[in-house]
Design a binder for this molecule. Structure first.
Ligand code: DON
Length: 356
C-alpha cells in the first residue's frame, strides 16, 4: 500500500471507531478460544448428532453408485463396501456410525496436512507466492492447469501444487522430510499412522503422469530441487492408512483452531487455520468444489481412497469413508452423508439467523 493511501485508511478507521464507539477486540488467549468454541457447540446435543449420523448411515448404506479408483491398481482391490462415518466436536467427543475400523489410503486428503506443515515452517505467503491459492477448475492432475500460468495461479490441493508443497518441507535428507510429514499427520490424527506399502508400491510403479507433473513444476521453478524425490515423498504421503475416526479427528483439529480436541496438542498455529480452510473451500473437491460449497458451505477435502473430510469451524470435524467414487474422483456416499449430517446439525457457516 502506498503511504498516502495508508494515511487515508488510518484516518477513515479512526473516524469509524470514534463515531461508533467500536473497540478493537483484545487478542484471545487459548482458554478464551476454548470457551468460545464450547459456547458455539453447546447447542449441539449428543442425541441430535447420533440421530443425524445413524440416519445418514442407514439412508446411503444400500446406495450402489460410483466405482473404486482403478488408475492406481491397488485401489481397485479395496473392499467397496467399507462405509464408516465419524464426527468429532471441539470438546473431543467422538460420534460414529458403521465401519470405523477399516483403513483406506488417505490419498489427496494428505495434501491439507502437508500444506499446514509448510505454513508452520514458512508462513502462508510462501504458498501464495509459489503455486498460489486459486482454484483451477480442472481435474486434479491437470497439465493444462500448469501450462496456463507456468505453475502459478493454482493451489496446494491439486497434484502439481501438492507435489510442489511437499518439495517445500525442509530437511537435509529424504528420511528427515518424511518423518516430519508423518509426525504432522500423526499429531493431527492423535495416533501413530502407518504407510500402506502395497498402495505405495502400486502408485509408485504407475505414477508416470505425476512424475511428469513434478518435472514440469521444476522446469517452471516451483520446485527448487530434486522433483523426483518430491513426487516420491508425495506418493508415500498419499499411501498413509487412515480410518474414519482418524480422519474426523484430523478435521476436528482444523475445526478447533489447530488444537487436536482429543489429545489437546496444538498441532498448528490457530491463525493459519483460516487459510487452510479457504483453499479447502475453493478447491477441496476439485472441479466439483463449487457444487459442494453451494450444497453445504463446508471446507472439505476428498481422496481417491474413498475418504472425505469436512470442517464446520467451531462446531465439528466430520469424515466418511466409502471407496466408490463419482467422475470427479469424490466418494459418492461420503458426499451425500456429510451433506445430510451437516445440514441436519446446522453446520453451514454461511447460514445465520438474522438479527431482529
Ligand atoms: O496423485 C494421485 O493421483 C493420488 N495419489 C491422489 C489423487 C486424489 O486423491 C484425488 N482425489 N480426489
Amino acid at each position: 500500500m502506498r503511504p498516502m493511501l495508508l494515511t487515508r485508511t488510518a484516518l477513515l478507521l479512526a473516524a469509524f471507531f470514534f463515531a461508533t464507539g467500536f473497540q478493537a477486540p483484545t487478542p484471545m488467549d487459548k482458554a478464551d478460544v476454548g470457551a468460545a468454541v464450547a459456547t458455539q457447540t453447546a447447542t449441539l446435543q449428543a442425541a441430535e448428532i447420533e440421530a443425524a449420523l445413524n440416519a445418514a448411515y442407514t439412508k446411503y448404506k444400500t446406495l450402489q453408485k460410483g466405482a473404486n479408483a482403478d488408475y492406481i491398481p491397488a485401489l481397485a482391490k479395496v473392499d467397496a463396501s467399507i462405509y464408516g462415518i465419524a464426527l468429532v466436536t471441539p470438546d473431543g467427543k467422538v460420534y460414529t456410525a458403521g465401519d470405523i475400523k477399516s483403513e483406506v489410503s488417505i490419498q489427496s486428503i494428505s495434501k491439507v496436512f502437508t500444506m499446514a506443515l509448510v505454513m508452520e515452517e514458512q508462513g502462508p505467503d510462501a504458498l501464495l507466492n509459489n503455486m498460489g491459492v486459486d482454484a483451477t477448475g480442472q481435474v486434479f492432475n491437470s497439465i493444462v492447469a500448469i501450462e496456463q500460468y507456468k505453475g502459478a495461479e493454482m493451489n496446494p490441493l491439486v497434484n502439481p501444487g501438492a507435489i510442489a508443497a511437499t518439495s517445500m518441507v525442509s530437511g537435509t535428507s529424504r528420511e528427515q522430510i518424511w518423518n516430519k510429514i508423518l509426525t504432522t499427520y500423526n499429531d493431527f490424527a492423535g495416533r501413530k499412522l502407518s504407510v500402506n506399502e502395497e498402495v505405495f508400491k502400486s502408485e509408485a510403479d504407475t505414477n508416470q503422469r505425476n512424475q511428469a507433473i513434478g518435472k514440469l513444476m521444476y522446469a517452471y521453478g516451483r520446485i527448487k530441487d530434486n522433483p523426483d524425490q518430491a513426487t516420491d515423498i508425495y506418493t508415500e504421503q498419499c499411501s498413509v492408512n487412515v480410518n474414519a475416526r482418524d480422519l474426523a479427528i484430523m478435521a476436528a483439529t482444523l475445526a478447533n483452531g489447530g488444537i487436536n480436541p482429543v489429545t489437546g496438542k496444538q498441532v498448528m498455529r490457530s491463525e493459519y487455520v483460516p487459510e487452510v480452510l479457504a483453499v479447502m473451500a475453493t478447491a477441496g473437491l476439485y472441479d466439483d468444489s463449487g457444487k459442494w460449497l453451494y450444497a453445504t458451505g463446508l471446507p472439505a477435502k476428498s481422496g481417491v481412497g474413498g475418504g472425505i473430510i469436512a470442517v464446520s469451524p467451531g462446531r465439528f470435524g466430520i469424515a466418511v469413508i466409502s471407496p466408490p467414487l463419482d467422475a470427479a474422483g469424490n466418494s459418492v456416499r461420503a458426499q451425500k452423508a456429510i451433506a445430510d449430517i451437516s445440514n441436519a446439525l446446522g453446520g453451514n457457516p454461511y447460514a445465520v439467523t438474522p438479527a431482529k
